[in-house]
Design a protein around this ligand. Sequence first.
Ligand code: CP
Length: 317
Amino acid sequence: MRSFAGRDILSLKDFERAEYFRVFDVADELLPFARDRKNTDLLAEKTLLTAFYQPSTRTRLATEAAMHRLGGHVLGFSDAKMTRAGDFYQESIKDTVHMLEYYGDVIAMRHFQQGAPHEAALWSSVPIINCGDGWGEHPTQVLTDLYTTLNEVGSIDGLTFLLVGDMRMRTMHSILYAFSQFDVKAYVVSPPEMSLLPEFKAELDERNVQYEEAPSVEDVIDRADVIYMEPVVQPDYTVSRQEKAESYGLTDPAYQVTRELLRDKGRSDAIVLHSLPRMDELSTDVDDTRHARYWIEAFNGVVMRMALLSLVLGAME
Ligand code: CP
């Protein structure tokens, strides 16, 4: 297995099966610190730099919380408009990263341009962690989701996933790449205009990913061990920021999960994951059911970032 020390985490395309389990093992080791609300000094000599060119609640704060739990230091920006990359100068990624690499030992980047963290990695002497790039990928979220599945269900192999939402979305790309390393089947449900792109389907076929498109949640929910959701109503991920429109569409019931649907058609042991934030695709009445695992998923988001920071900074091998 390749070492994680000094490595960029850009995509799950090139993640090997053993590497998933190594990350999960390290997460298990570090989880008690987050669970018991204790900090350790594992990364006391290290500094995390967060460079977020797009809004975020979970990813940035979970990564920063993870660094604090590990005793490290944190600095960064959450609004590029207050940097030279977002003002008159529109400073390039190359020039920006040449500065940031002097300020921190690892850079966690979210960007509206697909491939921006990959470009940053070309110029950076410190590891880059992709925290979401345009429609591209969201590897740390999906590592969190698979870790949550493993902990909550007991395995990943052998499961049937139902993916619901916009299939052009970065989490959907990362999770379907990840499925190439597990014995899983995926049902994919989205509005036609948000379906998997042909070139992405070709990549999935090359990787022997087992997936099938279905017209509605209701059609296939009875087969799903894990229901994995993303909003259908969502902003344009290729821009730095989009305000909520005065009027916007509601989610078609074909792409919604409700308590009633889970009760009438779902498997009794099915779990629901959602990377959040949600719109109306996942009704809040699911929150009180045994199926809801998105809050533990959010907690695991801190644990997973603790694991990744420890690994890429060489504190865990
Ligand atoms: N899940 C996720 O990426 O959330 P944020 O956009 O709040 O980081």
